[in-house]
Design a protein around this ligand. Structure first.
Ligand SMILES: [Zn+2]
Length: 216
């Protein structure tokens, strides 16, 4: 099992440029963070089977943002698992294509209605804090586990060999806003910085971010 931290698994078999994470909840259920490109559901289902994880035990899907490489398999994963889905209220509207998104990056393939719309700072079950980190997209969210000092960054950051950087302006709605979000995340105490593309960084997350935001 590609367990990168206790209870946190990087799903194997999906497109290697994307990091779909599976988080063990207290008890026997699981939380999926983002769902990968369209067709990633095939690899995710195969991975669950290989690990002996009942798809129905995946009770929750957290979505960082609307881009297709994050929600591409959302509908299929809901069908497979019956999980409840969570997104920031702004992003939930764009994932459901009401209205259709018109910013940069790959748009959703199909509208999906999100079950639970959270707002900035909401604490979800299991002590996960949802931080609205706009810039890359309007309702982009990073998910923080304060007890474990882990941050799922979505596309706020992109992992390189020299450390995390902001995702390139080509795919980002408003880079200055992303800088503000990055500064806010740099105020958290972070060990593991779990980036979706590139990385992830399993230690020294705060130090990485302090170095990054100094350059803005
Ligand atoms: Zn993105």
């Amino acid at each position: 099992m590609a367990e990168i931290l206790p209870g946190i698994t990087l799903v194997e078999g999906v497109d290697p440029s994307t990091h779909v994470f599976l988080l063990k909840d207290k008890g026997s259920s699981w939380t999926l963070v983002d769902t990968g490109l369209p067709d990633a559901h095939v690899a995710i289902a195969a991975y669950l089977k290989k690990q002996g994880i009942d798809p129905k035990s995946v009770r929750r899907i957290l979505i960082t943002h609307l881009h297709r490489d994050h929600v591409g398999s959302l509908r299929r994963m809901i069908e497979l698992t019956g999980a409840r889905t969570y997104a920031h209220w702004i992003e939930a509207a764009f994932i459901n294509e009401r209205p259709k998104y018109d910013g940069p990056g790959m748009h959703p393939l199909e509208p999906v209605a999100v079950d639970e719309r959270f707002k900035d700072g909401d604490e979800l079950d299991g002590g996960i804090v949802a931080y609205h980190t706009p810039g890359h997209t309007p309702g982009h969210t990073s998910f923080y586990l304060p007890e474990r000092k882990v941050l799922f960054t979505g596309d706020l950051f992109f992992g390189t060999d020299d450390g995390p950087v902001l995702t390139t302006p080509e795919y980002t709605l408003h880079t200055l806003t992303a800088q503000v979000s990055a500064r806010r995340m740099a105020e958290l105490s972070i060990d593991a910085l779990l980036t979706y593309h590139g990385g992830p960084y399993l230690r020294d997350g705060s130090a990485h971010l302090h170095k990054l935001v100094k350059g803005f």
